[in-house]
Design a protein around this ligand. Structure first.
Ligand SMILES: Cc1cc2nc3c(=O)[nH]c(=O)nc-3n(C[C@H](O)[C@H](O)[C@H](O)COP(=O)(O)OP(=O)(O)OC[C@H]3O[C@@H](n4cnc5c(N)ncnc54)[C@H](O)[C@@H]3O)c2cc1C
Length: 404
């Protein structure tokens, strides 16, 4: 039996390796780029956060997040770690639950998968973009680049629209739509959020520990604590990614309230500023040693305190305003960055049209889908790759009839 897999990303490689466990199966893995795992190589800032040990019963979103659970339960983070070890990749699990390659290099993950794909029953078709799929009695005919691939079963692992420079595209949604599958609204997730706060440009590149609350018309929409990264246009970093899903979608005033000293009670900060007011410290050094220098200066200005040469010149009210800016700065949010900058696509192909236990289409027998193309997106921290491995393996095992 020949099984075609369209997409040589995380889920497609997992699917191909799983299907090829049946020695009577021949797998043809089609990838439109010159090499497999291009996006994978850029994940986790080049470190590849390949799983999260907490990705067992939570961390997934979509119209039906429960769709993810059977595949995750059948191939959970522990099994994934063992699978990678069998493939030759050693991993470390951080106290937070995030799993990384021991080498700390995303390249290692891609290399190990690529090396394992070198099997007599797996053929790689690189630089092949699937443009059309025809279903016939014998299976499927996939055409693209003036060539055709014929297979009895077909797995769509084309990924989502996010990260378009790394291969994200509409391709999978379009191919599945032609076969009758519908998609939900697609939007960027795990993405930077833009602000119109004028001071933001001065903070480009600053990182800070922060507790952030996103408010919609003054009501709490989401909250998180962790690393904030400030960019030329907005707020980014893990703390933002964790709560970025659906921020700025829908009407209302969106604001971010940030506490740059979440581990300090405000009284401790007040006490420290009062102590500094008794010294000869120049004003621009007020928050030196507590916060990033540039952040300290911008927050002082944001509190409306200007034109003072020395900290000792601060009034009680001004010191209080600075504490307020440090502990609860509010800035307005305008929109998320586009799909280009997003790590994952929220939305995708309707999961009700697929069997959660096998990833097989309920509309077209012999057709499977896995990974980001489906309407499942994970939280920040390795959940998306875990979904790619679990759903890919599920599709591959069932298409290949492995151990069934
Ligand atoms: C910058 C960045 C960092 C990320 N970091 C993390 C992280 O640390 N941890 C985490 O869990 N997740 C992370 N993600 C998300 C994660 O990478 C994706 O969710 C995951 O790769 C999805 O796997 P997939 O197989 O569905 O799609 P992909 O990995 O995108 O693979 C799809 C493949 O299909 C190919 N393709 C598409 N259409 C066709 C076609 N018509 N014919 C042939 N080939 C086609 C594409 O070229 C691509 O190689 C990150 C994403 C980005 C963009």
């Amino acid at each position: 039996m020949v099984i075609g897999v369209i997409g040589g990303g995380a889920s497609g490689m997992a699917a191909a390796l799983a299907a090829a466990e049946n020695p009577d199966v021949s797998v043809i893995l089609m990838e439109r780029q010159a090499r497999v795992g291009r996006k994978l190589q850029a994940t986790g800032n080049g470190r590849c956060n390949l799983s999260n040990i907490h990705a067992t019963d939570r961390g997934y979103n979509g119209e039906r997040p429960e769709f993810a659970m059977p595949a995750i339960a059948a191939f959970d983070p522990e099994q994934t770690i063992r699978w990678f070890a069998d493939l030759g990749l050693y991993t470390v699990t951080e106290p937070s639950g995030k799993v990384y390659p021991y080498s700390d290099q995303a390249n290692s993950v891609v290399d190990v998968l690529r090396l394992n794909l070198c099997k007599p029953n797996i053929a790689l078709k690189l630089g092949f973009e699937a443009e059309k799929i025809q279903k016939n009695d014998a299976g499927f005919v996939v055409s693209g680049n003036g060539e055709t691939v014929t297979c009895e079963k077909l797995i769509i692992a084309c990924g989502g629209l996010a990260g378009s420079k790394l291969g994200g595209s509409m391709s999978g949604y379009k191919l599945l739509a032609k076969l009758g599958h519908k998609s939900t609204r697609l939007r960027p997730s795990l993405v930077q959020i833009k602000t119109d706060w004028p001071a933001i440009a001065a903070l480009k590149g600053v990182r800070a520990n922060c507790h952030i609350e996103i408010l919609r018309d003054g009501s709490l929409f989401g909250a998180s604590t962790g690393e904030l990264q400030l960019t030329e246009q907005g707020i980014s970093g893990p703390v933002v990614f964790e709560i970025s899903r659906d921020v700025c979608y829908g009407p209302g005033e969106w604001t971010a309230r940030m506490d740059f000293l979440p581990d300090w009670e405000i009284a401790r900060l007040e006490q420290e500023l009062n102590r500094r007011r008794g010294t000869d410290l120049p004003m621009e050094e007020l928050l030196t040693g507590i916060l990033h220098n540039r952040l300290g200066r911008v927050l002082t200005k944001a509190a409306g305190v200007t034109g003072k040469a020395f900290v000792r010149e601060l009034s009680n009210r001004e010191a209080g305003d600075i504490c307020g800016a440090v502990k609860s700065l509010e800035i307005s949010l305008t929109e998320p960055m586009g799909m280009d900058s997003a790590q994952v696509t929220a939305g995708g192909v309707l999961t009700e049209q697929f069997d959660a236990n096998t990833m097989e289409s309920r509309l077209v027998p012999g057709l499977y889908a896995c990974g980001e193309v489906l309407d499942i997106d994970g939280d920040c921290g390795g959940y998306n790759l875990q979904w790619a491995w679990s759903s890919g393996r599920c599709a591959g095992l069932h298409a290949g009839g492995v151990g069934l």
